[in-house]
Design a binder for this molecule. Structure first.
Ligand code: 13P
Length: 244
């Protein structure tokens, strides 16, 4: 299975989202074997989910809190995400780790909570430029993936997003992606039973229709987690087509 997931981050008002959906749906051709998802900001989750569901597009959230309810001002629970129509939730995005202090300990709880509410956790991992230049890439990724020893088995998607390639127009070279994706697979095999829950490994970081075919040719690259290009309905529809 291949996956194309759009991460809208903190972009689009409801009118803009409606325009996106109209254009995207006019060009989107569902392809068997390609899972398509969109992760809008919280206030427009239900609106976007309702608009795209009929064409098989899955709704993802960009974050969720581990507790089902309570005094957590400003947070949104996995229960509420499920109630809003989400099928999955992006967890551990580097922007959440770097800008909002998201820790591996919190991610253990979030992965477990997502599964409890039947949400597919899409766990993001990736190294910073400083970590790569210091030769720590695999060590950092191994550490980020080691939370899977504590979450136990269950449905999971993983996205490798080198922090230095996000929103920069820089893309990791094929050799770098190949090395990291193979490493992630060995770690997943260490922590999970491959037969029970096949785990696709997506690549993220300045993915565009121009570079997507080359990325998809790399072993263990099962698709893309797309930021900027997912805000353009024609580019996003094109990415789906390329994955087919
Ligand atoms: P860009 O595609 O804009 O580089 O963003 C990648 C990303 O962070 C997706 O989660």
């Amino acid at each position: 299975m291949r996956c194309v997931i759009g991460n809208w981050k903190m972009n689009l008002l409801s009118t803009e989202a409606a325009a996106f959906c109209e254009t995207f749906l006019a060009h989107h051709v569902p392809v068997s074997g390609v899972a398509v998802g969109i992760a809008p900001p919280f206030p427009i989750l239900r609106q976007v989910g309702d608009a795209v569901r009929a064409k098989g597009v899955r709704l993802f959230a960009q974050n969720g809190h581990a507790e089902p309810k309570g005094a957590y001002t400003g947070e949104v629970s996995m229960a509420q995400l499920q109630d809003a129509g989400c099928a999955g939730v992006i967890l551990g995005h580097s922007e959440r780790r770097q800008l909002f202090g998201e820790t591996d300990a919190a991610l253990v709880k979030k992965v477990k909570a997502a599964r409890e509410w039947n949400l597919l956790p899409l766990l993001c991992v990736g190294e910073t430029l400083a970590e790569r230049e210091a030769g720590y890439t695999l060590e950092i990724l191994g550490q980020q993936l080691s939370i899977l020893a504590e979450t136990g088995p269950g449905p999971l998607w993983v996205a490798y997003e080198p922090v230095w390639a996000i929103g920069t127009g820089l893309r990791a070279e094929a050799g770098q992606v190949r090395e990291v994706h193979a490493f992630i697979r060995t770690k997943l095999d260490q922590f999970m039973d491959r037969g029970d829950y096949p785990v696709p490994i997506l690549y993220g970081g300045s993915v565009t229709p121009d570079n997507f075919p080359e990325l998809l040719d790399i072993p263990e690259v099962a698709g893309g987690l797309v930021g900027g290009a997912s805000l353009d309905p024609l580019k996003f529809a094109e990415l789906v087509k390329l994955a087919g």
